[in-house]
Design a protein around this ligand. Structure first.
Ligand code: ZN
Length: 79
């Protein structure tokens, strides 16, 4: 079994996914907030720090989300 380290809380975990099971709910919640924000403000967003400021999601987490499956298109917005 592959042991991974949660990038949110630092705990080790073996479940599927990008973060440990304790952080999954929060991670999914922030991910959907991020998606909603981009959908509403797409062309007007200049930077991740702006997103972070307006959504309250940390830049570190936003940067991680850009590597998530299905968000490939978002990377272009923040180059
Ligand atoms: Zn965690």
């Amino acid at each position: 079994m592959e042991v991974k380290r949660c990038s949110r809380c630092g705990a080790f975990y073996t479940n599927q996914g990008y973060v440990c099971s304790k952080c999954t709910t929060k991670d999914n919640f922030e991910l959907s907030q991020f998606k909603d924000f981009v959908e509403e403000n797409g062309v007007e967003i200049d930077s991740l720090s702006q997103v972070s400021h307006q959504t309250g999601i940390s830049e570190k987490n936003l940067t991680r989300f850009l590597d998530y499956e299905g968000l490939e298109g978002y990377k272009k917005l923040f180059k």
